[in-house]
Write a protein that binds this ligand. Structure first.
Ligand SMILES: O=S(=O)([O-])[S-]
Length: 130
């Protein structure tokens, strides 16, 4: 490997904002903040999600953010604050860096991801199978 996953994550983390659970919890529920769940649909159905989070599978990220893309999702053009999370904070570190490079801002991610959020007893909701 020229640059392995760990190096990519470390490099991303130097350039992005990482929220503690407390900081993320304080942002949750605000009208001007969108929580973006980067996990796959089956992970949401199995484990639930942060209430109200918008599901953007990481594989679609660039295509859903870019207004020029045929797959663009308007949620990314609302001028809000974006809080990304995944299961443990790895995918979200890379995704936050990419979103930042694309010009989405402000954007940050949650340290430890959904597993830390859930373990801390913070609010979750079930996601029904489609
Ligand atoms: O969701 S993850 O941090 O395990 S890649």
């Amino acid at each position: 490997m020229k640059r392995g996953y760990r190096q990519l994550i470390d490099e991303a983390e130097e350039k992005i904002e990482t929220l503690t659970l407390e900081q993320a919890g304080a942002l949750h529920g605000r009208d001007d903040v969108v929580f973006v769940d980067l996990r796959d649909r089956r992970e949401l159905e199995r484990d639930g999600r942060i209430p109200g989070a918008f599901n953007c599978p990481r594989g679609m990220l660039e295509f859903w953010i870019d207004p020029e893309s045929p797959y663009h999702k308007p949620v990314f053009a609302e001028g809000k604050t974006y809080v990304f999370y995944c299961a443990s904070g790895w995918r979200s570190a890379l995704a936050t860096r990419t979103a930042q490079e694309m010009g989405l801002e402000p954007v940050s991610h949650i340290s430890g991801g959904y597993s830390a959020w859930k373990k801390a007893g913070m609010a979750t909701e079930a996601v029904a199978a489609k």
